[in-house]
Write a new protein. Structure first.
Length: 358
């Protein structure tokens, strides 16, 4: 693998600067199981995984250390309350991303990172960054809970804030346990058949390899698409397949510009949703956009559990005041006071500004 000479020179300068500052280092095991030596107090962090910056903010209480992020993350920041909570994130560069999760090494080095997060499948990209002297911690996807707790564990160690990371995880665990206890005796025939559309316009259904299974099964529903194996983004299916599944309830993620009215009013060209039970019974919902999108792991994941459980079983969870839950969560976890308008926007994200995977 050939690395441009100017990149090697820039990397050498970064190394000399670190040595001059007497940078102490600590071993961190990443989600590959590899131990990486990283700065004990990293000041300049670049995150290529899209969910990392909002979670880093949640653990750190600031976005000041983040000097580079994925444009997909940036769009979520711009269109969520996080833009007000951490306005410093609005100025974070994204131009070093070439597409997907590939990076331009020269542009990355201009950010002078002392730590980079990258997704583990991008092995060649990790090798390129390591070749110029950058410490890289790899993250992974797969099982939702391992993904979620793995991110929190790494962030707690990297930022020196293990107790803070544990607080967020503990709230999620307590919420999950309470909801499972309340739904465990629901008969299979009384569990709504759910479908989560990663992208409604492209009919991307989220199957057994996605986060959908975790959300639906742990909130008293079933996943009609579980018969198909998909990535977290889902896979395109036909309208005929959706009609065969005939879900009782449909959720649309914030990786799609579509809203329930697009299905109710058949606004999507070439698609007819009128015969689908969830559409006929007006049980199509846009997943909220809080501190980050709620479909993937986030520091709001405990709220996602409460919101979805109450949506799946409104009578069983009639005691859940989701607006009060959101307000309390943001005050307790982020020390941020939400207005009523803020909560409105979290529960009904602006469909003109949400990002769509392409």
């Amino acid at each position: 693998m050939r690395i441009p000479a100017m990149c090697i020179a820039a990397a050498s300068l970064l190394g000399l600067a670190g040595a001059a500052l007497g940078d102490s280092r600590v071993p961190i095991e990443d989600m590959r199981g590899k131990t990486v030596s990283v700065p004990a107090e990293p000041k300049r962090i670049v995150s290529i995984p899209v969910v990392m910056p909002p979670m880093l903010y949640a653990v750190d209480g600031t976005g000041q250390r983040i000097v580079g992020m994925h444009p997909v993350t940036k769009t979520a920041v711009q269109n969520s309350v996080l833009a007000r909570m951490a306005p410093e994130l609005l100025a974070v560069p994204t131009g070093f991303i070439k597409g997907g999760f590939k990076v331009n090494i020269e542009e990355l080095l201009k950010l002078k990172p002392d730590l980079v997060f990258q997704i583990s499948p991008e092995k060649r990209e990790i090798e390129k960054m390591e070749a110029v002297g950058l410490p890289v911690l790899a993250t992974d996807s797969g099982d939702f809970y391992n993904y979620y707790t793995g991110y929190l564990r790494i962030l707690g160690e990297v930022l020196g804030k293990k107790e803070r990371a544990e607080q967020i995880r503990a709230e999620f665990d307590a919420t999950l346990a309470a909801i499972k206890a309340k739904t465990k005796d629901i008969k299979p025939e009384d569990r709504p058949k759910g479908l989560i559309l990663f992208n409604a316009e492209r009919r991307m259904a989220t199957g057994s390899g996605s986060f959908a299974n975790y959300w639906l099964l742990n909130t008293g529903a079933t996943n009609v698409a579980a018969e198909i194996k998909t990535s977290p983004r889902g896979a395109t299916v036909s309208m005929e397949q959706i009609l065969r599944w005939n879900p009782d309830i449909i959720y649309i993620t914030n990786f799609s510009k579509n809203v329930p009215a697009d299905l109710y009013e058949n606004r999507i060209a070439g698609q007819d949703w009128s015969a689908v039970k969830a559409v006929k019974e007006k049980r199509v919902y846009k997943i909220p956009l809080g501190q980050y999108r709620w479909y993937p792991p986030s520091a709001d994941s405990a709220l996602m559990l409460k919101w979805m459980a109450a949506t799946n079983h409104p009578s069983l969870f009639a005691d859940v005041d989701i607006r009060a839950e959101i307000k309390d969560h943001f005050k307790r976890i982020y020390a941020f006071d939400l207005s009523g308008e803020d909560i409105d926007r979290i529960l009904k994200p602006d469909p003109t500004s949400d990002w769509k995977w392409n």
